[in-house]
Write a protein that binds this ligand. Structure first.
Ligand code: GLN
Length: 486
């Protein structure tokens, strides 16, 4: 039952094949059994079983919501009331959030059971989950490899059957790239679609939450619950949230898919390229037409992102000073020593690197040379996409330049690590909805296919993904070591 989609689980819960308590207990057992994967920072055994029991009672009483009884994990970047929320950092090792993030409360109101908090790169900075203070997460497909990052714990937990679905956040690719590496489905909606209230900030103009699931149908279901206006976040859009599930089967006949040839430039691993090119045939069979588009400024997305994201991070992370909450150094000699040592000891290397880069590019004299230019490039990238969407409905390409790499392989080479997001970052800079779905394998490792949609048009990429999944079974494959388990 751990690999049933949420749609199937809801069916089973309604028919009484199993109860939410049984399903939740099953996942809790599996989490223990596969503890070496290190997917979770906190497992909420007691409160999850209590919530599951309430869910079963609500269902019996005829009060079920859209997700009643479904066990979901939250990336440990979402505040959960009274529960440790660390953002993968030592800085927040003792932070019990005093409130729920909007994402958390909306899913709970819909009936979901919160089973635990997943591991992640520290403050969501990373592409391999190796910057977590709580240790690396192992990829269930090959435990010598990374699950991707920064939502690596969420992706690995879904792939290993340790929850029905999980939440993630994506600032430069952190939902899509780990989804690709773990063979699951993940969507980052339009910037502002989902409230950021209670989501610990990394780079506020780029951060966006989204669901990580086994199927596109499940992603549609969860997105519908998570999305929508929130008075607590002024950047959250007031636009109506369509019924994403209802439009999943809208025929793809005549859908115009754009292929960006720049995505197939040097650097894309041959096996991954083959998988993406073969998937085009499935979409053609479904009635879509394929044409080539150009995104001339896309090659500047990584440099622009690595100026903008650290700049925003340096401002956002200034609040961790050892005074109000979180880590505090021992026996400070004075206030300056308190600030300095709390931050030096509480943050890991990658976070410190970003803070230093951000403080530098925002400083007088360098602002015009770096920050302003990066913002101008961001605008050009956005314009490129707008020109492309005048011609096509959605864009298609790879999610990552190669399948999951080995643990430790890139930790000494920041640029190699930063290049992992080469195909995902532009979507964040432009604020567009984008998703990754499993599309095949290269050397026995899952390969993700990326679909990018126009503003607020999550429905089109979800429908394309869903219909692709009706024709293929890549999303149903599970890691060999876990296939025999039930
Ligand atoms: N890997 C990118 C980074 O390190 C993106 C991370 C993210 O999307 N949170 O910044």
């Amino acid at each position: 039952m751990q690999y049933d989609s949420i749609a199937q689980q809801l069916d089973n819960l309604i028919r009484g094949t199993y109860s939410s308590v049984e399903l939740t207990r099953h996942y809790l057992d599996r989490i223990k059994q596969h503890a070496q994967l290190n997917c979770y920072i906190s497992v909420l055994e007691e409160s999850a079983l209590e919530a599951a029991q309430q869910a079963d009672q609500a269902r019996a009483a005829g009060n079920a919501g859209p997700l009643t009884g479904v066990p979901i994990a939250h990336k440990d970047i979402f505040c959960t009331q009274g529960v440790k929320t660390t953002a993968g950092s030592q800085m927040l090792y003792n932070y019990d959030a005093p409130f729920d993030a909007t994402v958390v409360s909306r899913l709970a109101t819909a009936g979901a059971v919160t089973i635990g908090k997943t591991n992640m790169d520290e403050f969501a900075m990373g592409s391999s989950n190796e910057t977590s203070y709580y240790g690396a997460v192992l990829n269930p497909w090959d435990t010598t490899r990374v699950p991707g990052g920064s939502s690596g714990g969420s992706a690995a937990a879904v792939a290993a059957g340790l929850c029905s679905a999980a939440t993630g956040t994506d600032t430069g690719g952190s939902i899509r790239q780990p989804a690709a590496h773990c063979g699951i489905t993940g969507i980052k909606p339009t910037y502002g679609r989902i409230s950021r209230w209670g989501m610990i900030a990394f780079a506020s103009s780029l951060d966006q939450a989204g669901p990580m699931t086994r199927t596109a149908e499940d992603a549609a279901l969860l997105l519908g619950v998570m999305a929508g206006e929130d008075p607590l976040d002024s950047t959250c859009l007031a636009a109506d949230v369509p019924n994403y599930v209802e439009s999943l089967n809208k025929p793809l006949d005549g859908l115009k898919i754009g292929i960006c040839e720049d995505f197939f430039a040097e650097g894309l691993e041959a096996g991954s390229e083959q998988v993406i090119r073969e998937s085009l045939r499935v979409f053609e069979d479904l009635g879509a037409t394929i044409s080539s588009v150009r995104l001339p400024h896309i090659e500047y997305s990584i440099p622009a992102y690595y100026v903008i994201a650290p700049a925003e991070a340096s401002a956002n992370l200034s609040r961790y000073d050892g005074v109000r909450f979180g880590y505090r150094c021992k026996e400070p000699t004075d206030l300056a020593d308190l600030f300095k040592r709390s931050r030096s000891e509480g943050f890991g290397d990658e976070v410190k690197r970003r803070i230093m880069v951000g403080a530098f590019t925002l400083s007088t004299g360098y602002y015009d040379a770096y920050y302003r230019q990066a913002q101008q490039i961001r605008r050009l990238i956005k314009d490129d996409f707008q020109a492309a969407f005048a011609e096509v409905d959605i864009l298609l390409g790879p999610t990552a330049p190669q399948p999951a790499f080995s643990l430790g392989e890139k930790t000494g080479d920041q640029v190699a690590m930063y290049l992992q997001d080469i195909y995902t970052i532009a979507g964040n800079l432009a604020g567009l909805p984008a998703m990754s779905i499993p599309a095949g394998f290269s050397s026995d490792l899952p390969v993700g296919l990326q679909l990018i949609g126009n503003y607020l048009d999550e429905a089109s990429i979800l429908a394309a993904a869903h219909q692709f999944q009706q024709r293929t079974d890549w999303h149903q494959r599970v890691p060999a070591s876990m296939a025999a388990e039930n």
